[in-house]
Design a protein around this ligand. Sequence first.
Ligand SMILES: *Cc1c(COP(=O)(O)O)cnc(C)c1O
Length: 351
Amino acid sequence: MTLRLTVHGSRWRNHLRSVLEQTPGLVPVAKGNGYGFTIGRLARRADWLGTDALAVGTYAELSEVASRFSGDLLVLTPWRPYEPALDPALTRRVIHTVSRPSDLGDLLARQPGARVVLERMTSMRRHGLSAPDLWSLAGAARARARLEGVAIHLPIASTGSAAPGANLAEARALMDDVIGAGITTVWVSHLTAAEIATLRQQYADLTIRPRVGTGLWLGDRGALQGSAVVQDVHELGRGERFGYRRRSALRSGHLLVASGGTAHGLGLAAPTGAGTLRARAATAARGGLDAVGVVRSPYFLDGQQLTFAEPPHMQASMLLLPHGARVPEVGERIDVRVRYTTTTFDEIVVD
Ligand SMILES: *Cc1c(COP(=O)(O)O)cnc(C)c1O
């Protein structure tokens, strides 16, 4: 059983270095499943890149990065009174995000002089302070904490209905709030390199710290390859039943069992592309199943996308070989094209 991520090491490292060069003030983000790489591996990579700060998603993730990365550690999830106390060894390295007026006092009562960034609400409407709250909190933070700047988390511009440049327009308005609060460092996300360059020109006194995860770790997809191993192949006669659901084959063919299932984060839906009715009908014809319930899988054999014979199991998936396709050997590896932010690989191989 292995679902493997193969990283073409030199290509990946070249990409990381080029993002670093093109992104002054870069703050790598390592959170969740570590974008498929694990958080610990990303922390070591960030240390190798030599940035002065690394962002994690949650307080629980600090322990995974603290010994692997030597610089400052920004926690993206805003601090709340219900968070457990910080490991005393980390108090000098951790930068907290504060997004509600009452949290600043509560945090400072527990950790006097804590390092904080104040999060300003954006059109995301996830977390953040209003402009008046930012102004009043900035004074208190300067007096009683180590104020490290303002955080603004913008929507992902390339999706949804946001007009091109909408993030820049919003960022500009927010920069005015930051300057109004007398703050000179701003931690931003989801701005393009061009947008950041424009902001740097227009706000020359500001220090801009772009927090980047996807564009850094996953920005060169060609450096990454997912693969599964063929665990079994069975001939399937017409009308024969298979799987947990006892479906029957409409025509003879082959059933393929490959590593990777729900435990790895594989879902029913294919990761990319539109599943049009016509495509589904064509797939159904190839796969020999009726159109109802035929779902494209993330598995590919010789460049051809395979369909799920039934929903993925915990650690394996049953697939249908298209009519006339080459029948692979047990032990052979086949491509999987998965969403890295939702996949847990068994094995990561850097070549
Ligand atoms: C996850 C996250 C990022 C990084 O987002 P990517 O799309 O992976 O670059 C930046 N800022 C915040 C607050 C985040 O939660």
